[in-house]
Design a protein around this ligand. Structure first.
Ligand code: FE2
Length: 258
């Protein structure tokens, strides 16, 4: 679980339980921060990893810190095994809020400098009636990179989406528009602060930053599933990438076991 606060807080933590059992367990959070190179504002995000959850189960939680008013959220874990499930997915969302003043002769109009539109709110509204098990956020989240006020755009993005994220996981992938000039060694310091995504298993000293692409062939029943993995290094703050390694994983399909 990840959340942000507008300033430093004491003892950020998650209280977790079930609708019937109450909030029985507390998990301390780890805090990450970055200073935005444009606004010079410091941003704080808090992360908790929770293991050992039961499958197909409703959980209740509160993300709090000392002095905060607790607000509850819920989520449901995935079923075990090969069971049908529903997920939603989109990228290139941006934000619905107007965030940039544009003075004219008589009045000040408000516009957006991050590819925003009101439809960025409609997409989130459309997710909730579907109630997916999770939402995949396919890169290019809020386009803060284009804005004169990146921290505000990130804030707007969380304000728009928290009404869904608090009820189901939104799982983000970094896009090229998460690459912010001057923000960390490869430009992804905002994304790396807000999100605690799973490691990609790579410990490459020459290319410490990168991502994997996966080409999966599920195979036929009775056959084998193959997955070609390619590691792409992110080579600098401009967002350039280069494939540096590739290998193939293969094994019998698990539904072939009798
Ligand atoms: Fe895009």
């Amino acid at each position: 679980m990840s959340w942000r606060t507008p300033h430093s807080v004491r003892r950020p933590r998650v209280m977790l339980g079930t609708p019937h059992g109450g909030l029985g367990r507390t998990y301390g959070a780890r805090t990450r921060a970055y200073r935005d190179p444009v606004t010079r504002e410091e941003v704080q995000a808090h992360h908790v990893r929770i293991r050992g959850l039961r499958p197909d189960t409703d959980y209740l939680y509160m993300a709090v810190h000392d002095g905060a008013t607790p607000e509850p959220g819920t989520f449901r874990t995935a079923p075990r095994g090969r069971r049908p499930l529903t997920f939603t997915s989109f990228g290139d969302q941006s934000t619905p809020q107007v965030n940039k003043p544009m003075p004219t002769d008589r009045i000040t109009l408000w516009t957006q400098d991050n590819y925003g539109s009101r439809f960025a709110g409609d997409t989130t509204t459309a997710v909730e009636p579907i109630a997916p098990l999770f939402h995949l956020m396919n890169g290019d989240l809020c386009y803060a990179q284009l804005s004169g006020n990146p921290t505000r755009v990130w804030r707007d993005w969380f304000i728009n989406n928290s009404r869904s994220m608090r009820n189901r996981p939104w799982m983000p992938a970094a896009g090229n528009h998460e690459n912010e000039a001057g923000n960390g060694p490869i430009g992804y310091h905002a994304f790396q602060t807000y999100f605690d995504v799973p490691r990609n298993g790579c410990d490459d000293r020459v290319n410490p930053y990168g991502f994997c692409s996966f080409d999966v062939d599920p195979g036929r029943r009775g056959g084998r599933t193959t997955m070609r993995v390619t590691y792409h290094a992110v080579t600098g703050p401009g967002g350039a990438t280069r494939p540096v390694d590739t290998f193939v994983l293969e094994r019998p399909r698990s539904d072939d076991r009798r």
